[in-house]
Design a protein around this ligand. Structure first.
Ligand SMILES: NC(=O)c1ccc[n+]([C@@H]2O[C@H](COP(=O)([O-])OP(=O)(O)OC[C@H]3O[C@@H](n4cnc5c(N)ncnc54)[C@H](OP(=O)(O)O)[C@@H]3O)[C@@H](O)[C@H]2O)c1
Length: 344
């Protein structure tokens, strides 16, 4: 086992921007994604976590469904054993998967993630999707689960009560949501005893979700942006013909050429400067280091930010087709586009 050391060419974590949450806690304004999909093994992702911490990342976005928390836990164990980094220096997020919303299952799922990650608390625990159904990892977007269920607010609140219990038990410091919509969030804010501190949502230049983004920030909920680069190398089964490619956008490319960076770095830089917390994924050192360095280099100009604001195409990439609960539905039904929760 290679001993964990800090990299001399890394970024000083104290210089990386942080955001203040509704509790007053500070969260690093960039994290490392860990969804290796079927492209990268758990060992490769765990090595990237260790490498990322060594170059200055302090925020790691995990989830039980990514199937790599035991390996990431081993990597975190090496990091903490190294002696230069303490648990308090790190921000670790995990998520409860959709087949673990039942009574008591959220607590069980959290306990498993804590065991696998070798931690005694999580900084943030998210409900991964507001739909309580299971589909096999790696399944095709056309696959449907016979157990699929619509969003039922009373059921979601039973899940949320278990999330609140985890805070009371001090097993998690903050709780939050993911893949929500404004109408669902309004109901949660009405009924929650502990409000979501963060909402993880798809955010990249071609999918900026301005209304939901501002709804969150207006209500003291910090947006965390997934697929910040537009997930350019996701598996073909997760692509549709109408999907656009952020890193091929002429505005993104023009800024990248001027700055001498990859267009991916422009996406990350825009995200941090706009105010969401991007969680770009990469197992390649030059890429994850470049993404982190972008948070401490001179900011994009106002003209750049205005030009990037104009390239929003409303292009949702993670459509969630597998969560549809009856025949002849469109994936748009999952996202409450007309401002009302789609009826069961
Ligand atoms: N809450 C949710 O439901 C949800 C959904 C999706 C994702 N997430 C989280 O969000 C994270 C990020 O999303 P994602 O992995 O789908 O997509 P992403 O971060 O938008 O894109 C990742 C890909 O971009 C490329 N890349 C990254 N940095 C680069 C750089 N500096 N230069 C050039 N290319 C670069 C890499 O491609 P190569 O590998 O080919 O180099 C990498 O695989 C996930 O890992 C996961 O933690 C959460």
């Amino acid at each position: 086992m290679e001993k964990f050391t800090l990299a001399p060419d890394g970024v000083n974590p104290a210089a990386v921007p942080a955001r203040t949450l509704c509790t007053g806690a500070r969260i690093p304004a960039i994290g490392l994604g860990t969804f290796g999909s079927d492209r990268f093994t758990p060992a490769q992702v765990a090595a990237a976590v260790k490498g990322a911490v060594s170059v200055g990342y302090r925020h790691i976005d995990c989830a039980s469904v990514y199937g790599n928390e035991p390996q990431i836990g081993a990597a975190l164990g090496e990091v903490l054993d190294g002696g230069s980094i303490t648990r308090q220096d790190l921000w670790i997020t995990s998520k409860v998967w959709n087949d673990m919303h039942g009574k008591g299952d959220v607590l069980l799922s959290c306990a498993r993630s804590l065991r696998d990650l070798r931690l005694d608390y999580l900084d943030l625990y998210l409900v991964h999707w507001p739909f309580p159904n299971f589909h096999a990892p790696g399944c095709d977007v056309t696959s449907r689960s016979p157990d699929a269920r619509p969003y039922i607010h009373d059921e979601f609140m039973k899940t949320w009560r278990q999330m609140e219990r985890l805070v009371e038990m001090r097993l998690v410091r903050h709780i939050g949501t993911s893949n929500m919509t404004i109408p669902k969030m309004k109901l949660l804010l009405r009924d929650a005893r502990i409000q979501p501190a963060c909402n993880e949502m798809e955010l990249h230049p071609h999918f900026q979700q301005p209304e939901f983004f501002h709804f969150c920030t207006d209500h003291g909920i910090q947006p965390i942006g997934f697929c910040p680069i537009g997930s350019p190398t996701r598996p073909d089964r997760d692509k549709t013909e109408t999907d656009s490619v952020d890193i091929d956008d002429p505005v993104v490319k023009r800024i990248a050429v001027r700055l001498g960076v990859h267009p991916a770095v422009v996406c990350v830089k825009w995200a941090v400067q706009r105010g969401q917390i991007p969680i770009p994924f990469s197992v390649h050192r030059n890429e994850y280091l470049g993404n982190l360095q972008s948070t401490v280099s001179p900011p994009l100009t106002d003209e750049d930010m205005q030009a990037l604001a104009k390239i929003d195409k409303g292009c949702r990439l993670i459509k969630g087709q597998v969560f549809l609960w009856k025949d002849n539905q469109s994936w748009e039904d999952l996202w409450d586009g007309d401002g009302e929760i789609t009826p069961p």
